[in-house]
Design a protein around this ligand. Structure first.
Ligand code: AVI
Length: 310
């Protein structure tokens, strides 16, 4: 099915200067499966570090939660595999919890419910499918205190002030006594970060090129993905990783009935993945209006799970 906002965003992006496409469109069926390959790469340290924190430090996070009952709300929950570690620690600590996974995809939520439900048969699971606005609106009237999870460094894909806007937006659906748990990738040696986004096997390149395939399929495009290279860069001053596709020739491509011309070596900006220092995370928390913060890192201090109090 052709999605109009997809078409509009793609055409606007390709007619902008510099050209740009948006990483939120990476995740069609093929893109989601390539992302699973990325998650398995040795150089893509993020999921391993986050899992280590959830495995080894969940009890410290839970010690900061004063209530005995919580709604655990997970934004962009996906299949929920990592979350089992946190849910298990909550249940072991004697808390009564309900799990509310929110995701745009009803299929992934169905799978999530099966996986988590099999592991914790006693847990109440209330999946809610839809975009953030619809789903958060549904959890707002619930009486239990909430802990909202936003993990996987997904915050890093928001550009500039959009990360703060997003946290402010989520906070509007929370109230006194609630918490927000943010998974954020930390600033570290630039080479380590670059290797995560520029792997020698070309998996990240395929991940980016897949969006051109998607445009071909869904918007009657005729990109030849072989005419584009992938280039990732990391700026240690700003903490921003940028991914671009680079045109390997002067070429004209048709998309949804429009002709888009590329000069040789012209970039398409595809994605940013922001890295944070501790000070940056504190600033983010303050600007979003949360009252205090606590940070839990893995043994290499590559990644942070940061708990913000309403
Ligand atoms: C989903 N997101 C947090 C990933 C990231 O690290 O920015 C997407 C990704 N892009 C390239 N590799 C992984």
């Amino acid at each position: 099915m052709i999605n109009n906002s997809f078409e509009k965003d793609i055409l606007n992006g390709l007619n902008s200067q510099p050209k740009r496409l948006f990483s939120k469109y990476f995740y069609d069926e093929k893109g989601s499966s390539i992302f699973q390959e990325i998650m398995q790469m040795d150089s893509y340290y993020l999921p391993k570090c986050e899992t280590e924190i959830l495995r080894d430090r969940s009890h410290e996070i839970i010690a900061l939660l004063p209530n005995s009952t919580y709604d655990v709300v997970e934004l962009g929950a996906g299949d929920g595999t990592k979350t089992t570690l946190f849910l298990e620690a909550l249940l072991n600590s004697g808390k009564t919890i309900n799990y509310l996974p929110l995701d745009i995809s009803p299929d992934i939520l169905e799978y999530n419910k099966q996986v988590i439900g099999n592991k914790f048969p006693e847990l109440t699971i209330l999946p809610i499918a839809g975009d953030y606005f619809e789903t958060l609106d549904k959890i707002k009237p619930r009486k239990n205190p909430k802990i909202v999870l936003f993990m996987g460094s997904n915050i890093g894909n928001f550009e500039g002030a959009k990360a703060i806007e997003f946290l402010k937006f989520v906070r509007k659906f929370l109230s006194e006594g609630d918490f927000f748990l943010l998974g954020a990738d930390l600033k570290k040696h630039p080479q380590t970060i670059l290797r995560a986004y520029d792997d020698p096997d070309g998996i990240t390149k395929r991940f980016n090129l897949n969006l051109l395939h998607r445009i071909n399929k869904e918007l009657k495009g005729n990109f030849n993905p072989e005419n584009f290279d992938h280039f990732a860069s990391y700026d240690p001053l700003s903490g921003t990783t940028k991914s671009c596709l680079i045109s390997k020739a002067n070429q004209t491509v048709q998309v949804a009935g429009q002709s888009i011309t590329f000069e040789n070596n012209e970039p398409i900006h595809m994605e940013i993945s922001q890295k944070y220092g501790l000070r940056d995370l504190i600033e983010l928390r303050e600007k979003a209006g949360f009252s205090s913060d606590f940070h839990f890192q893995d043994s290499k201090a590559y990644f942070s799970l940061s708990l913000f109090k309403y």
